[in-house]
Design a protein around this ligand. Structure first.
Ligand SMILES: Nc1nc2c(ncn2[C@@H]2O[C@H](COP(=O)(O)OP(=O)(O)O)[C@@H](O)[C@H]2O)c(=O)[nH]1
Ligand SMILES: [Mg+2]
Length: 336
């Protein structure tokens, strides 16, 4: 007992965690991710050290984003798809970007129980989304978590996002393949899917193609295939397609993987794959700079105070919006 208490108090060093991750130890992986997710600034340095240590071993996976409105069956699909992937020898990590999960009380918690099979699968790793955070914060942490999972030997990383708000844009910018899950019989308005998200998709999969729904799902597939042809050509050279599946009955799952495999064959041969990853890396660097500059600016005590009065001045036409912004920025940079 005394030994356990003692052990708990000793935090493993960054080097120990790196070694653990490279030895495919899930406990070390989870601890490292907790470090990455921590808002404690003392952990930041350690997290950076771990990520730097893991970086040479990352980039070995395929990264798949999955979106669709709540209830469409993303979690059920990921359970079926993930289990299929481990059955063909893949090692699967499942992450989530869900900045709303604090409010809705962690949909991923429900997911974890829903993904009963995958949770127990030795070749799978499921990590709930960092909570209590802005989208920018969650996204950065998820991106770093991808690196850790890859270093731990996971060759297929699946990232789930809720089909509302901005989270799919963030996920789109950290994955290689973006899959939009839909159901038949519900209008696009009802499914809350904006045209922009359709345009981001590399494949549309109509889920719940089972029971009485099969015919409708097939019809929807035809319609989506027609609609997809009207979209502008993708720079990847890939032409997105629609298919049907039942996450419930586990049908059409292998076809989804076949589509994704074809995609990777194409983008690896035409070098779109590396180019996009490089672009994404630079994008996240710039995003992090933007995010931190913004945070530092707004958190500055002078600015917090001046912002109120300056806003009033703008409303009363005493300062133009542009001059007001210059005034605040000028003050901030003088103080820095
Ligand atoms: N009939 C049918 N129901 C499904 C299928 N996939 C998911 N569901 C059900 O749809 C509901 C929402 O599923 P869930 O995976 O939580 O959706 P999410 O919110 O997108 O993650 C649950 O009640 C599932 O049992 C399917 O392929 N067929
Ligand atoms: Mg879900």
């Amino acid at each position: 007992m005394a030994k356990i208490v003692h052990r708990r108090k000793v935090q493993p060093s960054a080097q120990e965690l790196i070694e653990g991750i490279l030895n495919k130890d899930k406990v070390a992986l989870s601890r490292a991710i907790t470090m990455v997710e921590s808002t404690n600034s003392a952990h930041l340095e350690k997290a950076n050290e771990i990520i730097t240590g893991c970086l040479p071993y990352a980039n070995q996976s395929v990264r798949i984003g999955i979106t669709g409105v709540p209830g469409v069956g993303k979690s059920t699909f990921i359970e079926a798809f993930g289990s299929y992937l481990t059955s063909i020898g893949k090692k699967v990590a499942v992450l989530a970007v869900d900045p709303s999960s604090t409010i809705s009380h962690g949909s991923i918690l429900g997911d974890k129980t829903r993904m009963e099979e995958l949770v127990k699968d030795e070749n799978a790793y499921i990590r709930p989304s960092a909570s209590g955070e802005t989208l920018g914060g969650v996204a950065r942490k998820t991106r770093e978590t991808i690196i850790l999972c890859e270093a731990a030997g996971f060759d297929t990383v699946i990232i789930e996002t809720v089909g509302v708000g901005q989270s799919e844009t963030a996920v789109h910018s950290m994955v290689d393949f973006f899959l939009l899950l839909k159901i038949s019989g519900a209008g696009d308005e009802l499914q809350g899917i904006k045209r922009g998200i359709m345009e981001m998709a590399d494949a549309i999969v109509i889920n719940k193609a089972d029971g009485d729904n099969i015919a409708k799902a097939k019809l929807a597939k035809t319609e989506f295939n027609r609609a997809l042809h009207l979209f502008p050509a993708k720079s990847s050279g890939w032409v997105p397609t629609a298919s049907t599946c039942s996450a419930y009955e586990k049908t059409g799952i292998d076809e989804v993987w076949k589509t994704i495999s074809n995609y990777f064959e194409l983008v690896k041969s035409n070098h779109y794959f590396e180019n996009k990853r490089q672009e994404q890396s630079l994008y996240w660097m710039m995003e992090t700079i933007n995010e931190q500059l913004k945070q530092r600016f707004y958190q500055h005590p002078d600015i917090a105070e001046m912002l109120m009065t300056t806003q009033q001045e703008v409303l009363q036409n005493k300062r133009s919006p542009f001059a007001a912004a210059q005034h605040l920025l000028g003050h901030y940079f003088k103080k820095e």
